[in-house]
Design a protein around this ligand. Structure first.
Ligand code: FE
Length: 233
């Protein structure tokens, strides 16, 4: 079985929010899809270990923000690689309250959808929640929604271990030039610092070796410090 085939499937990148009575959480998901149009129904696959899973199971509702290509990696990191049990997920994020009472992430969102859960399916590590759409609207008509391929290729993003599409080994990268500075991998989130690309969001220009990054530089995805990085083999 050639599991690299799974990388050929197309996805988007979304923030899923859920909760009730003032207690809410949000997480990144790439597996959101429309199931039927009449009535409009969505499915989302959520890892049972994720805090958002508990929230959806209890509140029976969720909201989806469709992220734009311009979404900074720091925001994806805040929702994708940090647990809502440990941090305030919505800190510094602009949020609006939806018809369902759920917080809808408005920053860098192309559009949002709110749904009420009408069914779920146990899939081992994950649950697929079916949600009937109760409200949806465009937030930024000019912005392009981010595809999962764009997230990986252009943003250098990785899948956390709880993602349905997580694979232990990333597919082989195209052949690299013979001599080049080493790449370093974040041991927390898997982000790779590539000297050829630098870190545009951290104002690090291409061509800066990892060794030469400022001591206070942190992982643009999860905020880990430099000593949490390992040189790529
Ligand atoms: Fe990291």
């Amino acid at each position: 079985m050639n599991k690299s085939v799974f990388y050929k499937l197309s996805y988007g990148l979304y923030v899923i929010t859920s909760g009730k009575e003032g207690k809410f959480n949000g997480q990144i998901a790439n597996t959101v899809f429309q199931v039927t149009s009449e009535p409009p129904t969505l499915a989302v696959s959520i890892n049972k270990l994720n805090f958002t899973h508990e929230h959806i199971r209890e509140s029976r509702k969720f909201a989806v923000s469709i992220l734009s290509e311009a979404t900074p990696m720091t925001m994806i990191g805040q929702f994708g690689f940090k647990c809502g049990r440990d941090i305030k997920k919505f800190e510094g994020i602009s949020v609006r309250t939806g018809k369902t009472g759920l917080p809808i992430v408005a920053d860098h969102a192309v559009a949002f959808i709110e749904a009420e859960v009408v069914g779920d399916m146990d899939c081992g590590t994950h649950t697929i929640f079916l949600g009937q759409v109760v409200e949806c609207d465009i937030l930024d008509a000019a912005a392009e929604p981010m595809t999962y391929a764009y997230y990986h290729k252009v943003k250098g993003g990785k899948a956390p271990k709880t993602a349905p599409t997580y694979q232990k080994e990333e597919p082989p990268q195209p052949a690299a030039p013979a001599v080049k500075a080493a790449r370093y991998t974040c041991s927390i989130c898997g982000y790779i610092y590539d000297p050829e690309k630098g870190d545009p969001e951290g104002n690090i220009k291409p061509g800066i070796r990892f060794e030469d990054l400022p001591a206070d530089w942190v992982c643009p995805v999860c905020g880990a410090e430099k000593d949490m990085f390992e040189q790529e083999a």
